[in-house]
Design a protein around this ligand. Structure first.
Ligand SMILES: C[S@@+](CC[C@H](N)C(=O)[O-])C[C@H]1O[C@@H](n2cnc3c(N)ncnc32)[C@H](O)[C@@H]1O
Length: 257
C-alpha cells in the first residue's frame, strides 16, 4: 500500500440505496406511530402490515451497502483470478468507476498497463469522477501502471486487438436498450487480442450475455457463479433483479473478419 489511507471504491446505485433507507425509516416510524396511537387490535394489525415493508427496505439498504463495500470487493479478486496473469498484460476495464477491477488488475501487473474508461455517471456509483480511480491507484501504489480515460462502452477508442484482458464490472446493464448492450459486448470483443481474456461481470442479464457472446469470435464462453447459495438468496430477496454473475470468455486465437 502507498500509505495508511485506504482506497474507497464507492457505493453502487447511491440514489436507490438512499431511497431504501428513507423509505425504511419512514415506514418504521409510521408503524411505531400506528402501534402507539391506533386503537388496540386494529392498530397492531395495521402496524404489522406497515412494519413488513419497513424491515424489507432497511434489509435491502444494508444488503446494498454490504454488497458494495464487502462482497463486491472480495468477488473482484476471485473474478480477476480467473485469468492466469503473466504481469505483462495490457488490460482494459470498461466502466471502471472508482477503479475496483482496474486497480485489482494493476496489482497483478509488473510491466503491463491497466486502462480504465468510463462516462462517470453519478447515478451508478457515488463520487464517480475520473480523479477517484487515479487517487485510489495512488493509495494502492499502482499509479505507474494505471491510465484513466473518458469513453463510452459502445464506442471504445482503441484499435482492434489492443488488450490481453478486457474486464467490465456492473456496467453493461446500465444500457437500457438491448441493442446498446450488444454493441458494448461487440466492442469488448473487438478490442481483445486473439487468445485474450474477457471477464464480464454484471448484476443481471447473464443469459443474454452468454448467448450473445457464443455467437461472437470467442471460445470457452462460460458462466461463473462464485457462490451458488448466495446467488439463490440474492435472487430471491430481490425478486430476480439482482443476480451477480461473471461471463468468462477467451478470444479465438485467429483474427476474425
Ligand atoms: C455500478 S458502477 C460500477 C463501477 C466499477 N466497474 C465497479 O465495479 O466498481 C457502473 C459504472 O458504469 C459506468 N457506465 C455506465 N454507462 C456507461 C457507458 N455507456 N460507458 C462506460 N461506462 C458506463 C458508470 O459511470 C459507472 O462508473
Amino acid at each position: 500500500m502507498g500509505g495508511s489511507k485506504k482506497p474507497h471504491f464507492g457505493i453502487d446505485a447511491p440514489d436507490l440505496v438512499r431511497a431504501f433507507l428513507l423509505a425504511g425509516m419512514a415506514l418504521a416510524s409510521a408503524s411505531v406511530g400506528i402501534f402507539v396511537f391506533a386503537p388496540p387490535v386494529l392498530g397492531v394489525w395495521i402496524g404489522i402490515i406497515v412494519l413488513i415493508p419497513a424491515v424489507y427496505a432497511l434489509f435491502m439498504f444494508a444488503l446494498m451497502i454490504r454488497g458494495s463495500l464487502v462482497d463486491k470487493v472480495r468477488d473482484a479478486e476471485a473474478i480477476l483470478d480467473l485469468h492466469e496473469w503473466k504481469g505483462s498484460e495490457q488490460v482494459l476495464d470498461v466502466g471502471c468507476g472508482r477503479g475496483l477491477m482496474l486497480i485489482g488488475a494493476a496489482r497483478r501487473l509488473t510491466t503491463g498497463r491497466a486502462v480504465g474508461v468510463d462516462v462517470w455517471s453519478a447515478n451508478d456509483q457515488s463520487a464517480n469522477v475520473p480523479d477517484a480511480p487515479i487517487e485510489n491507484a495512488r493509495l494502492v501504489g499502482v499509479s505507474d501502471r494505471v491510465v484513466v480515460e473518458t469513453a463510452d462502452a459502445r464506442h471504445l477508442p482503441f484499435e482492434d486487438g489492443s488488450f490481453d484482458v478486457v474486464s467490465s464490472s456492473w456496467v453493461v446493464h446500465n444500457l437500457e436498450n438491448a441493442g446498446d448492450r450488444l454493441l458494448a459486448l461487440k466492442e469488448m470483443v473487438r478490442v481483445t487480442r486473439p487468445s485474450g481474456t474477457i471477464l464480464l461481470t454484471d448484476i443481471v442479464n447473464r443469459h443474454e450475455y452468454v448467448s450473445a457472446m457464443k455467437g461472437m469470435a470467442l471460445e470457452d464462453v462460460r458462466l461463473v457463479v462464485l457462490s451458488p447459495g448466495r446467488d439463490r438468496f440474492l435472487s430471491a430477496v430481490s425478486f430476480g433483479s439482482f443476480q451477480p454473475a461473471t461471463v468468462f470468455a477467451r478470444r479465438t486465437d485467429h483474427e476474425v473478419g
